[in-house]
Design a protein around this ligand. Sequence first.
Ligand SMILES: [Zn+2]
Length: 161
Amino acid sequence: MAPRRLGVVQAAVYAAEAEALEAWGQRWARLRQAQAYADGLVGREWFGARWPQFGHCHVERRGSGARYSTAAAVDGDGPEPIGAIILLAPGHLTQAVLLHELAHVLAGPGEGHSAGFLAVQLELLRNEMGFGAYADYRAALGERPELAGLIDLRGTVTSAL
Ligand SMILES: [Zn+2]
């Protein structure tokens, strides 16, 4: 995938998030609250059943000049990551950003913001932020022609209902 194309997709995903997820999810004042949430998430039964090898999600703040949050996978001996280090930019201490960055690690390297990433992100949103957030975000993704063909949004909505 050419960088130009990836940029268009990334911008469309960010725009859909800004439009749909503003009203949903947790916001934290302190890093330790984000870490407590991440610990709880990794310990949940559904999460452990879905990603059994994944044991820890470590959350840190990025420096005050950083504009974007990011994440790195912690690798074990197998092909799947056993953990993640998530770096949240100033103003990004939110559940939506944390789950976005975690989805990058769980989807695997090379996915960018494409179909595999969106499928994992939507799975995390549905389980963690509830069906309202999931449905609003899915609808916002479906309205963006830049994302057409990346994921069968209409079909997956139908099967999820
Ligand atoms: Zn991203």
